[in-house]
Design a protein around this ligand. Structure first.
Ligand code: C2E
Ligand code: MG
Ligand code: MG
Ligand code: MG
Length: 291
């Protein structure tokens, strides 16, 4: 930072920061408009059991059909919302939309559990459980057990005993929880110990690395061991290829999500995907040498 202490650089940074702040305000205004104008939609990515091929559920992932910029991914707009109350509006919209979608699928004879990503700030919002209960009450034909809330291990979760309390409160409604991107948080083991989540979702980074990196394999083995010791379910993310899947199966992780299985898709595509989906023969054979 020494260089930045020169006066000219501070001035430059100031202007830059000012521009960023203007851009951020514009983005926030656009998101508000987008919510009001129905510019957001959810795509869904299947989670499967790799050996049986059973579909465990789907994860809802938000997209923004921006009138000018086209389809935007969460990385394009969620970071700006991390500490902004609008993330709560988005989160409530996503949960409501997920229940609507489950209702539509149900009417087509397609029963699917749905995972929804929830920002730490939203979870900590006073009245989160009540608001969730309100949504659940509007969809009495969808059992709350079908909703899984995915939370990131982030410092933003704040005091773990508080997060623990909120999670238990929601679980008493029937809703379940997953720890997303497991292993990347600054204190993963504390989260595992203190938060009563049902499922650990292994971060894509470890899965991606494991085909070429012995350290990633060691970490995956450790996570499989932890999931057993703590009696948590395990889902691997980022299963890009059948080789990733084979490796995970050989390590004792059987449930997965990733491009080798399905990309996130529009809800009306799920039924056709499910009808033609078969696990790779190498997966269902179920016996592999441990690397
Ligand atoms: P995530 O919850 O860990 O979701 C998985 C991300 O990995 C998704 O990206 C998905 O499209 C991508 N992915 C899945 N399989 C593969 C694969 O095999 N290879 C590769 N390279 N990528 C794969 P997406 O949809 O861009 O979402 C990114 C992140 O944004 C999510 O990570 C989640 O943390 C956040 N997010 C998405 N939707 C929402 C939402 O509605 N609310 C909140 N608060 N966060 C959301
Ligand atoms: Mg997720
Ligand atoms: Mg559940
Ligand atoms: Mg993840």
């Amino acid at each position: 930072r020494a260089k930045q202490e020169q006066k000219g650089d501070w001035l430059f940074l100031d202007a830059d920061e000012q521009r960023q702040s203007v851009e951020r305000q514009q983005l926030l205004a656009d998101i508000r408009t987008g919510l009001a104008d129905n510019q957001f939609r959810l795509v869904y990515q299947p989670k499967v059991s790799m050996r049986s091929g059973n579909v465990i559920g789907v994860e809802a992932l938000i997209r923004w059909e921006h009138p000018i910029k086209g389809t935007l991914s969460p990385i394009d707009f969620l970071p700006a919302l991390e500490h902004h109350p609008l993330i709560i509006d988005i989160g409530e919209w996503v949960i409501e939309q997920a229940f609507r979608q489950m209702t539509t699928w149900d009417s087509e004879g397609l029963t699917l559990d749905v995972g929804v990503n929830i920002a730490a700030m939203h979870l900590q919002q006073p009245g989160f459980t009540d608001s969730l209960a309100g949504i659940l009450a509007r969809y009495p034909h969808v059992v709350p057990q079908r909703l899984d809330l995915e939370i990131l291990e982030t410092a933003a979760l704040g005091e773990l005993d508080k997060a623990n309390y909120i999670i238990r409160d929601c679980e008493s409604l029937g809703v379940t929880f997953s720890l997303d991107d497991f292993g990347t948080g600054y204190s993963s083991l504390s989260y595992l110990k203190q938060l009563p989540v049902k499922t650990l979702k292994i971060d894509q980074g470890f899965v991606r690395g494991a085909l070429s990196n012995a350290d990633d394999i060691a970490i995956l083995k450790g996570i499989v061991g932890l999931s057993k010791a703590f009696d948590r379910k395990l889902v691997a993310e980022g299963v890009d290829t059948r080789e990733h899947g084979e490796l995970l199966i050989s390590l004792g992780c059987y449930d997965a999500q990733g491009y080798a299985i399905a990309r996130p898709m529009k809800p009306e595509k799920i039924a056709a995907w499910k009808n033609q989906w078969r696990p790779y023969p190498e997966w269902s054979a179920g016996e592999y040498a441990t690397p």
